[in-house]
Design a protein around this ligand. Sequence first.
Ligand SMILES: Nc1ncnc2c1ncn2[C@@H]1O[C@H](COP(=O)(O)OP(=O)(O)OP(=O)(O)O)[C@@H](O)[C@H]1O
Length: 749
Amino acid sequence: MSLKENLSEEQQLQQRIFTAIDNFDSFIIQAGAGAGKTYTLIESIKYILHYKIDELDKHNQKIMCITYTNVAANEIRQRLGETQYVQVSTIHEMLWQQIKMYRRSELTVLHLKKLKQELENIESEIKTQTDCVNLSTLKTKENLELFSTFIEEKKEEFFTLDRNKIKADKFRNQMMQSDLVERIPEFEEKIIKSVDTFKKFFKLVSRQISFKKAIDKLESKNNDKKIQIDYDSLSNSDRLPAMKFSHDTLLEYSLALAEKYKLFQKKLIDQYPYIFIDEYQDTHESVIKLMAGLQQYSKGQRWLVGYFGDSQQNIYDSGIGNQILNIYQNIPDNGLGQVKLQEIVKPFNRRSEQQIIELINKIRNDKLHQKSLDPDKTNGEVNFYYLDTEGYSRDTSTDNLIIKQFIEKFAQCLGDNEKIDCLLLLNRYVASMSGFEQIYSAIQKANFILWDEINTKLFARELDKLHPAVLRLYQLVTAYNNCINPHKTLYDLFGDTQSEVTFAVALKLAQLFRCKHPNNLHEFIQHIDNVLNDLCVDQNNVVLSEQEAVRFWLKKNFGFNFQNLFNRNKNKTQNIGFKDYMYGLVYEEMYGKIEKFNPDVELTDEQADEEINRRHQDIEEILNIDLNIWQQWVAFINNEHNKEQTVTYHTYHGTKGEEYDNVAIIMEHNFGKNNKNKFKNYFASLSLEPEQTYKEEETRKLENSRNLFYTACSRARKKLWILYLDDIKDIEDNLKKLFTSIKPFKYQG
Ligand SMILES: Nc1ncnc2c1ncn2[C@@H]1O[C@H](COP(=O)(O)OP(=O)(O)OP(=O)(O)O)[C@@H](O)[C@H]1O
């Protein structure tokens, strides 16, 4: 078909969407990579703005557009231009905005329920642990109560000693200094015999206490001041007893609110008659259920939801992928009627040259066979190379050299100003090629992220996917970057201070925070600690506005309230400074509020000391990495590149939604040691007869590999070069089903 005919067909499809919008028919747009989903989404919004604006205006309504990341939200805002009739936000932003008005009412009910569930888990763990010989005397209610009183008495001291890496025997002596010890049977002989076991148990019971207190607080009838539950968007883990929750719990609470309170649904429907969800495939199941619930409830009213996405680009396990229609089918009728979606398939590809489209069609191998919008776009190139491994064996440094040589070869086939975007499978290579291998090694050594989660928790460009401790490090580097960047506004530094902070004070503090280039994060933290300490010492002269400014700075950069800072001198032992607080936080975020208890292994004092020392050394090592290296990592996370850069390295996941002219993909059999043969198995599965089926788990893994491969290959506009680093003998026949040209790549060692 000619370009003209294709354009006309595309126009008709767009028209079907407009008709669905006119009729308030909820729909789902299914389209492969580069089909122009985002473009269609924007066209749909523009259509409403053009034809329905009076209606929106009359009812004081808005269009809601939900994106998967902040980057995507900004992109859409930019492409739409300023308009008060559209709210573009991530699902978390949108939900919090909607539910925060319930933070003193209905949310406290949900929070209370969650605290109680969690308390049950803690109590069952306490039970299991008191089964072990050393703690068995704490099995009785009375002894456990005595132990809890002991904890209340020694808590501050315990955590100060723990933080300060006090050796086991000294620690034991300090803990023994309490009248309560006499009253708790076998305290000396058994309970504190292993300091390691004791510490874990202490933390567990102290967690139980804090949960109980939080529950009491919420249940207490004579609260003058209503307790408030808050979403903490800057932290990647819940802090339930502190009445704070993070991203996943936000989804959970929102769905529960919607299911329980019809008013909540009604408000959403009234406020946003059009809700669009971009990249539906990576959306959490609870969001789809929430939308389906709204759709059901709104029957007969002016309301619709429109999903845009591609199930084969689902690359995160938390996303619903191709399950959306099943979820819809399983929504009970509730006497309100079955919810349905009109399915509109967009079969075009606007991004890539014909050669690339052919390849990605073969990879997806489903009904969504794409055709190029412009049949004359045939100047693309796909090359598959396998490494000719004869004569040497692979290791990280050789692989790095091989990748560089491959990129050079690719570059020789390109024009002078052309760039290459290289997608690397292995995290170590992404780190070394992008200049932050030291961070990768140190984090791996500290061993607080599971092997197969490192790709997301250290390399994700969506901040809410980073490991909580890694996010904390990101915040520290960003706080430093903001301090030294003269182009940052006072809002960037202090957030919305609602004019409680004067311009002069904000400037003074900004200057104090801006230190001489520190060598590492450790020095930066020390510097901030010094500044805050000086302000504390000088507190008689510190105007209230300065205290406020510090408070806003800490809140904006790290999301925490540090109210006690200026009261410290009054009661020094009770409160800690910024440095200790930050170290404590990082330690806790790395190793958990309670280190995992294993009753089979009881560490001796020496082993426990060694273990604690090791952990502290690992943290020291991380904080002592050169700050320039940290800045390179932050630039990677923020996807910032300098203009001269001719090659940019990415993880496969990090390129979601992006497009580049020339793409190099480096592959191999494995994806980390827990995903042995991930890609080998995928390629091997291509010769599977249709009647052969795998177990569900196996199918899920294969689909994930295919989706990752599909998403990677479909980023290319013009040229795609793939290098396979492992031996392809066993999968060669299947590779030939996808690639017309398979050539050896000879490394010049
Ligand atoms: N109607 C259109 N007119 C002009 N350019 C378009 C149109 N639709 C899409 N494009 C362009 O085609 C390319 C692919 O579009 P887009 O990024 O919206 O695709 P997508 O379906 O969201 O892709 P992916 O699923 O891979 O993220 C972009 O460069 C976009 O600007």
